[in-house]
Design a protein around this ligand. Sequence first.
Ligand SMILES: [Zn+2]
Ligand SMILES: [Zn+2]
Length: 284
Amino acid sequence: METSSSSEFVVQFWGVRGSVPSPGKETVRYGGNTSCVEMQVAGKRLIFDGGTGLRMLGKSLQPQLPIEAYWFFTHYHWDHIQGVPFFAPAFVKGNTFHIYGAAPDGLSLEDHFSEHVLHKNAPVPIKEIQADFKFYDLTYGNTVNLGEITIETSSTSLNHPNGAIGYRVTWQGHSAVYCTDTEHFPDSIDENVVHLARNADVFIYDAMYTDEQYNNPKSPKVGWGHSTWEEGVRVAKAAGVKQLAVFHHEPNHNDDFLDQMAVELKEAFKGGFLAREGMVVSLL
Ligand SMILES: [Zn+2]
Ligand SMILES: [Zn+2]
């Protein structure tokens, strides 16, 4: 299924928040929905994660059905899957989703998806799924080729509890990198992440905290599996990235706080910006 244009490379943010949805008047400008990013590349539709932002993506797709999409999961913490039972195109016959990810504990991705992601605690029964779900098990370092599009995975797990996969999408010499839910190392840059981000046009990075919050002796965030915007800048510079998209915002960071972060980010790295719900970035 072709999307609107076969010669575009566009990233759209549908959910930019980390950990838990955070709606309300103080987060309305950046958005409260959790992780979900869409890329339209060379006529193909790629989806990354299925946080609550996925519901809005589903609504936007409604007029275009039937659709075919390639859906990549970093990992299965709630903030990356909670939109799945509310993704309307999954319940419509004729839609096809190619689902990629790594299942934990030796399960196949298909078993993991039906037993854990579409869990019995989810409000919609799995038998209501009418779309064609095809599953592809990934391991770290795998590369997926979709015609002229190449999707590389991080060579090892991102540094996150239970692991997570980073993705790098390349088409005609342009790359967008989706690298969320990862914690940096205290004494050295994460070469796994630098390699994934090398010369990227857009580098989407887990920048949940500020360095000050991360290292705050009264309430340190060390070992929580997330990074900082300052580390995002260090990686972006080391990797020769053009644009750094600060992503996976902390639920307690309100719009005013994030505005201030955006100013500081811009001073530290000209190509830096904060991801906002609904934002569209074109690579071409
Ligand atoms: Zn997360
Ligand atoms: Zn996580």
